[in-house]
Design a protein around this ligand. Structure first.
Ligand code: GLA
Length: 394
């Protein structure tokens, strides 16, 4: 454990003792946030993604209870919530705690008998910034509840159940990418995931030498995240339905099953907005495969170019970027030592990432902070991220 993690853990243990009055049998867990190198809005279309787990993350200290209560506290939010395992439902007033509650709910739905729990969370992932604090708290809570209750499930089920919790309890029709990388992330590796078959492969990031990922936080909280996200999911489903009427070969379960040539042939039959959404998904999916090849060959220039194309497509075709994300990407691209940059995550605010030369990081931060402030009128935040492991018990 590094020094700063150790300090956070000690503080959390102390708070746990103060709040819950217990000193024995505290269990500690850690889950990372993530950035996605490329493959945006492809996961719920059965496509490919290439995320990495980052060293910003969440911690939980947890203890078992002898009743059916779940008591949730956070060092980041004031709101405390006590719920019964027997009556779990989404309530707006529960705010952040709906995420851990969604996980208790989904485990109950699966017939997994749980013990009551006292849990306190702490995190350094900026919330609603597209770095996946939601998947991190879901997977982290699942790990806590299973361990405290002495229940084991196959690791592969963790992301799927957390996704179900997010889709059905929270009401965001997200794909499985975030929960997968939080569960399966590996230090210094990107995860190449096929979201249809769930086959996945680790791709060493060190193939591209002396290169790191910089995160630029626009400090614009993701607006309309739930409604606009679900709207994109619906638009993709509409496109798929229409295209399936034309493409007669079998096996078209998802937009990502459609080939570029097939799309070109039939795109004029789609309403213009739907055509733009489908074009993004089908071509973005191709870019992920090329990005993996570039990463495997150590071709950092090519990888950077693919990221730039991905951003353009998200901005112009999928329309999930925003003014501040575009400024952040532009200011990155104007700095020396940057191979590529793009928004990451769902969009509508949040963070952009840049693939940069390690030794140029200070200069880039200096220049990008100044330019971003000047053009967007907001003080951005910048982090150079280490690629970390997925969820674990400490
Ligand atoms: C959010 C969702 C993911 C994925 C991304 C966009 O992070 O949780 O499932 O769809 O947006 O790529």
């Amino acid at each position: 454990m590094n020094k700063s993690l150790e300090t956070r853990v000690e503080k959390l243990k102390e708070e746990f003792k103060k709040i819950f009055g217990k000193t024995k049998d505290i269990q500690l867990f850690n889950a990372p946030g993530r950035v996605n190198i490329i493959g945006e809005h492809t996961d719920y279309n059965g496509g490919y993604v290439l995320p990495v787990a980052i060293n910003l993350g969440l911690l939980a200290a947890a203890g078992k209870r002898n009743d059916r209560k779940v008591c949730l506290e956070s060092l980041n939010f004031k709101k405390k919530v006590v719920a019964s395992l027997d009556v779990l439902k989404y309530e707006k007033k529960n705010d952040w705690a709906n995420y851990p509650l969604s996980v208790a709910w989904v485990l109950g739905e699966e017939g997994i008998e749980l013990s009551g729990a006292d849990i306190i969370f702490e995190g350094n992932i900026p919330v609603a910034s597209g770095l996946s604090s939601s998947a991190a708290i879901e997977v982290l809570t699942m790990k806590c509840l299973l361990e405290l209750s002495d229940r084991k499930i196959k690791k592969e089920r963790i992301p799927l159940l957390c996704r179900k919790a997010e889709n059905e309890f929270i009401g965001v029709k997200s794909g499985v990418m975030d929960q997968y990388i939080v569960t399966f992330g590996k230090k210094n590796n990107a995860l190449f995931l096929n979201c249809k078959t769930l086959e996945h492969k680790l791709i060493p990031f060190h193939n591209i030498k002396d290169t790191v990922i910089m995160i630029g936080n626009t400090k614009v909280k993701r607006g309309l995240a739930k409604s606009a996200y679900n709207e994109r999911v619906a638009e993709c489903n509409e496109g798929l339905k229409i295209l399936r009427g034309f493409i007669t070969r079998g096996n078209i379960g998802y937009l990502s099953d459609i080939k570029k040539e097939e799309f070109r042939e039939y795109k004029n039959y789609l309403p213009p907005i739907i055509a733009k959404r489908c074009e993004h998904v089908i071509f973005e999916n191709e870019r992920v495969k090329q990005a993996v090849e570039s990463l495997e060959k150590g071709d950092v220039d090519k990888l950077g170019k693919l990221m730039i194309r991905s951003h353009k497509s998200l901005k112009e075709l999928y329309e999930v970027s925003c003014k501040e994300l575009n400024i952040m990407v532009e200011t990155f691209l104007e700095s020396d030592g940057v191979y590529g940059a793009r928004m990451t995550g769902a969009g509508f605010g949040g963070c952009a990432i840049a693939l940069i030369k390690q030794d140029a990081q200070e200069e880039i931060i200096k220049k990008a902070s100044k330019e971003y402030k000047k053009r967007a009128g907001i003080k951005g935040e910048f982090y150079v991220s280490r690629i970390s492991d997925g969820v674990r018990k400490l």
